[in-house]
Design a binder for this molecule. Sequence first.
Ligand SMILES: *Cc1c(COP(=O)(O)O)cnc(C)c1O
Length: 398
Amino acid sequence: MNYHADQNGYYGIFGGAYIPEILHSNVEKLRDAYLRIMNEEGFKKEFHGLLRDYVGRPSPLYFARRLSEKYGARIYLKREDLNHTGAHKINNTIGQILLARRMGKLRIIAETGAGQHGVATATVCALMNMQCVVYMGETDIARQALNVRKMEMLGAEVRPVASGNKTLKDATNEAIRDWCCNPSDTHYIIGSTVGPHPYPDMVARFQSVISEEIGQQLSEHEGRDHPDYLIACVGGGSNAAGTFYRYLNDERVKLIAVEAAGRGMETGESAATIHLGREGIIHGSRTLVMQTEDGQIVEPYSISAGLDYPGIGPIHANLSAARRAEVLAATDDEALRAAFELTAIEGIIPALESAHALAALAMKTFRPHDVVALTVSGRGDKDMDTYLAHFDKFNRRP
Ligand SMILES: *Cc1c(COP(=O)(O)O)cnc(C)c1O
């Protein structure tokens, strides 16, 4: 089996490009250019140079001794939390902005929910001296004041979106509308392995540096270039796709994706799209979608803003349907418990999203020699208010 995208961006029955007529030429130009540009020597050199000197790559692969003792396996943490701006998202925004420049674009637009992708985009626009407009729902603007200020300080214009629930989905619609009106000078940076082809494949390729490094680093630590298990959280799926990428067709490696069960799978308040979604089309891609009987999108819920998306990257919908990946779901409480545990025994405060991946350790039974690589997609600074609100329940007494 081949779990990569085919020529038309399909992963099995999922993926493709379902877009309005007015966007066809934009998406077509990107589709015709992305592989050619990404394979140019000059591009690779600039991309990997910035990943090294600006982002700080390679990110460490850290052998977590106390976590390993606790769960009875050899557990390594891939430290994307140590990247500049605090998460994996910058790998993709650097790649896309370099691509946009080579396509002659002068202006960048993006959508953001919690603001993480907006900040990563505004950061690379400052770096590259590009005009940057970020669409953000008014509800999210009120909840994420710090990220709004960061984007403004970085020189981006944050455009409030007042339609719908005033959250991510509405901001995405506004960004698409902008792209329709400004096809020639604007590139739309999508932040995850979602959207029409070629975005899912392109984002997965930019993030695949994570699994390339895991392979090299495991060779040094373990004398073999593959783990027995890979574990990552999934919102839209980009850090998981990057973690799995070089091992997609390597059946020795078990892939585990962890989505957000929110308050519980049966409560109607979750973001467990692969477990609960049905086939549909969202943001230009055929995938699993959380929807009602008559096809209305259901508002997702998770304590972690980065996992709060009603769709899922088509690559993961297919990995699950083909049973290549095991998909688990962690509740808010399970993620909080895992975050406090990692902090207490390893001295690492993870992002709430990453804490969902950590929660999977308690759901599996490993053999002592199993090598597990788990991606810590981001750091927990942005989540301190949430951690403090749950401090008494989850903090271990000294
Ligand atoms: C945005 C985000 C995620 C979720 O996005 P994916 O595309 O699924 O990786 C996970 N972790 C962190 C820290 C994030 O900022």
